[in-house]
Design a protein around this ligand. Structure first.
Ligand code: FAD
Ligand code: MLT
Ligand code: ZN
Length: 508
């Protein structure tokens, strides 16, 4: 594609040598010393559950076959992505069918054995690892794409399918999965649904409550709840599927789902822009909505410190521009490249002539588009590569969106090595990150609960897209009132009276 640079906008010419995303885990998991168990560091009182015995293990071995029942080398299953939570599970089960999930849960419920459902273990709130000795129910083997219908756009997929693999299958028939995030090479679609993950294209496709047409879930007592549907419209009673979207494995185990997949777009344009102030960022966002309208598909923000940390850590990244306090990645997806490029040009010309956009690069070449996205995707990994990072994923009103980063920078002072903000500006979702050499109580107390109180005062959400898990359960009250929490508890008790599903998570 012959794409002309605009005005004095620099062209992004460097070819980046990118490490494949599947090295993502190894990039992050590089610390060696044996950590302390979270049950001890966080003083967690073990629930009144039974303890696993030999008969249980024999039952599972008979059910699944010995190779799918793991009792050794469980460190990876017991450690969360951020290396913040360390569980002490002695058993990992890998069912290969809904019937096997059902039999496992029936047995666990009868025996009162606690279970932690685990997808790709990329969650950022400590929801996917055991806190005490819960059995890990790994969804890895339930990984088939069952069908993709190019006429209806509906795909049916097992929960343990890796997001990137699912998307590749959809693309074979000209469709795409309407969710995309930096962990796509490791996370499961079932994990995405269970966390109601957002990602970088919510601006275009909305969240999973809209795209997921149906789910199959196994309840704590082993009952299989078939809520699968091939239709967008189905007003037959309560929309129970929504209970499993975002309930983080506390109400049931999602085994299968139906997803409405849009057609892939013929024209993809990405702009990576440098801006001088947050005020200019907001003006550029408004202009993007006005000028790009129906083709706008993503609007991401990265501040200077977030970008520089990623560039320092990963030398294979190469930012096309530097020296600005703010960067925006704006993407359009459309069906007519001429039309889309013209719109993108107008948008950028207008921004530059008003002095709101300072510099940048735009591209429609697939390789370069990927390189620009890679910069954005590596930002979270840069922050945890060599440091401990307190991560906050908050919804805030746009006018107040970035203030908290400055407030926290001042508040933390030299206790923090990096205080930065990036995230999904288009969805009012800020990722506030505070790095320090290693976890310490002084900075922890300086940051929490302050960030949550601040967020609550602005009527924001203390978890925009990552969920509550273990790390945020004490702060749920900042976003849900007592009546709502009490109803959540009642629902949990109704679905899982013995409390075996993902205990110590979401609700205290
Ligand atoms: P896990 O981490 O294994 O589990 C997450 C939760 O879901 C746990 O509570 C677990 O018990 C439960 N669970 C998993 N599978 C099932 C199932 N089949 N049935 C019932 N419960 C289940 N998140 C976003 O929202 N947006 C982003 O842009 C984003 N970007 C990320 C980028 C990086 C680099 C990383 C490391 C993470 C990112 N995340 C993001 C967080 C994370 O990837 C998502 O939350 C993802 O949806 C988790 O999927 P998973 O398969 O890894 O689930
Ligand atoms: C992202 O948008 O990059 C993710 O949600 C991960 C993070 O918050 O760091
Ligand atoms: Zn995010």
């Amino acid at each position: 594609m012959n794409f002309q640079p605009l005005l004095h906008l620099r062209r992004h010419a460097t070819t980046l040598k990118l490490k494949p995303v599947h090295t993502l885990r190894t990039l992050v998991r590089s610390v060696a010393s044996k950590p302390q168990l979270t049950q001890i560091t966080d003083n967690v009182q073990r629930g009144n559950y039974s303890t696993l015995n030999e008969k249980d293990v024999a039952y599972f071995e008979q059910l699944l076959g010995k190779s799918q029942v793991l009792t050794d080398d469980l460190e990876g299953y017991n450690t969360c992505f951020l290396k913040r939570i360390y569980g002490n599970s002695k058993l990992v089960l890998k069912p290969g069918s809904t019937a096997e999930v059902s039999a496992i849960l029936r047995h666990c419920n009868e025996r009162k054995l606690a279970v932690c459902p685990q997808g790709g273990n990329t969650g950022l709130v400590g929801g996917s690892v055991p806190i005490c000795d819960e059995i890990v129910l790994s969804m890895q083997r339930l990984n088939k794409v069952i069908s993709v219908d190019e006429v209806t756009g509906i795909a049916v997929v097992e929960a343990g399918c890796i997001l990137e693999n699912f998307d590749q299958r959809a693309r074979e028939v000209g469709l795409t999965v309407p969710i995309d995030l930096g962990a796509k090479a490791s996370c499961h679609i079932g994990g995405n649904v269970s966390t109601n993950a957002g990602g970088v294209r919510v601006v275009r496709y909305g969240n999973l409550h809209g795209s997921v047409l149906g789910v199959e879930a196994v309840l704590a007592n082993g009952q299989v709840l078939d809520l699968m549907s091939d239709f967008k419209k189905d007003n037959t009673g309560y929309h129970m599927k929504h209970l499993f979207i975002g309930s983080e494995g506390t109400l049931g185990v999602v085994t299968k789902l139906a997803m409405l997949c849009p057609h892939t777009s013929k024209a993809v344009n990405v702009a990576f822009l440098g801006l001088n102030s947050f005020e200019d960022v907001l003006k550029t966002f408004v202009s993007a909505k006005r000028n790009l309208g129906e083709i706008l598909s993503s609007c991401e923000l990265i501040d200077e410190r977030a970008l520089n940390t990623a560039l320092d850590q990963f030398k294979f990244l190469n930012s096309p521009i530097s020296g600005y306090p703010f960067y925006m990645l704006i993407e359009t997806l459309g069906s007519n490249s001429m039309h889309d490029e013209e719109k993108m040009n107008e948008f950028i010309q207008e921004g530059m002539s008003k002095g709101e956009i300072q510099d940048g690069t735009i591209t429609a070449e697939p390789g370069k588009v990927q390189e620009l996205w890679k910069i954005r995707e590596m930002v979270p990994l840069g922050l945890i590569e060599k440091s401990f990072c307190f991560k906050y994923d908050i919804s805030l009103p746009l006018r107040d969106f970035y203030n908290i980063v400055n407030v926290m920078r001042e508040r933390c002072g030299p206790l923090a090595t990096v205080v930065c903000g990036y995230g999904h500006l288009g969805d009012s979702n800020l990722h506030l990150n505070i790095s320090c050499e290693k976890f310490n109580d002084k900075i922890y107390k300086c940051v929490e609960p302050f960030v949550y109180e601040y967020t609550a005062k602005l009527k924001g959400s203390i978890s925009a897209e990552h969920g509550i898990g273990f790390l945020k359960k004490d702060y749920l009250k900042y976003s849900k009132n007592a009546v709502a929490i009490s109803w959540m508890r009642d629902m949990k008790n109704m679905f899982d009276p013995n409390g075996i599903l993902n205990p110590y998570k979401m609700l205290n």
